[in-house]
Design a protein around this ligand. Structure first.
Ligand SMILES: [Zn+2]
Length: 284
């Protein structure tokens, strides 16, 4: 029986305030526990407007009908409107996730900044970004975070050096085929190895789940509260239906990390590539 984890990313303010309650309700009805990767700092989605100058990004926005998915207000956060804080503004709601039995992990301080500008951030800025994110996590949860998942699966060598300072048990920063050990820092990587609705549509996700149902490699499905929790709730229900029908054993990524025999895993360095439906290069 294949094991599967839902890696639920919270990227935006609306994803937290509107999408998250729906995702919690849907999972709760089915008794499923997931891994939530939380953005804690400012929602500066408006910075994405600058990215419209990049053809791949513009194409993705038009193809996924982003203006209606994200809403005009979200599109203006960080440009014309003051960016609201995400997880840090709602520490009780973050703690409630943990109290419901879900895993809570670190995803971002400023998601948009990282996703669009990581190559231009200095090592000092990256370190400060981690400090604010980890501080916000500790404020909400009262413990040190065990895991980090990079925004947009964007990574570089400086980040791999940085993550080794924060005591993470594992990271989930790539779209690799299966778990591996990072050559750069010796940490365990548990990748998102399934495609998401945003990238390949509902049919693409269902096909991948059918294809991989006999896999011995643990499967991780990326989910976004601002997408599956807002416009695509019915699609998300269908995905969960087929996960149950195909007999996947659903667990948290932390449980996969605990069970894995790391001595048999490949050790390898950072690789980057383009994935179908993604505007930026990501770690693969
Ligand atoms: Zn994200």
């Amino acid at each position: 029986m294949a094991t599967l984890a839902l890696k639920v990313d919270i990227d935006t303010y609306q994803g937290f305030t509107e999408g998250l309650p729906n995702i919690i309700r849907i999972l709760g009805r089915r008794g499923l526990k997931s891994s939530f990767f939380v953005s804690f700092g400012p929602d500066r989605s408006g910075l994405a407007l600058v990215q419209l100058l990049r053809p791949r990004f513009l194409w993705k926005m038009l193809r996924t009908n982003a203006p209606s998915t994200y809403g005009l207000k979200t599109a203006l956060y960080g440009t014309l409107l003051k960016p609201p804080l995400i997880g840090l503004q709602f520490p009780d709601a973050v703690r409630q996730l943990r109290d419901l039995g879900h895993e809570v992990a670190c995803h971002a301080w400023d998601h948009r900044l990282w996703q669009d500008w990581l190559p231009w951030m200095s090592a000092t800025a990256i370190h400060a970004w981690f400090g604010k994110m980890v501080g916000a996590y500790e404020t909400a949860i009262g413990e040190k975070p065990q895991a980090f998942g990079a925004p947009g699966w964007r990574m570089d060598k400086r980040v791999l050096a940085e993550v080794s300072h924060w005591g993470f048990q594992y990271v989930s920063c790539t779209r690799a085929h299966g778990p591996f050990m990072w050559a750069e820092n010796g940490l365990l990587e548990i990748p998102s190895n399934l495609p998401c609705i945003e990238e390949v549509g509902l049919d693409g996700v269902l096909a991948a789940l059918k294809r991989n149902a006999d896999q011995t490699i643990p499967q991780v499905l990326p989910v976004h509260t601002e997408i599956e929790g807002r416009g695509c709730q019915r699609d998300f229900e269908q995905v969960l239906d087929i996960i149950a029908d195909l007999g996947y054993q659903v667990m948290k990524i932390a449980d996969i990390a605990r069970r894995i025999d790391t001595s048999h895993l490949e050790t390898r360095a950072l690789r980057e590539g383009f994935l179908p439906g993604r505007a930026f290069k990501c770690a693969v």
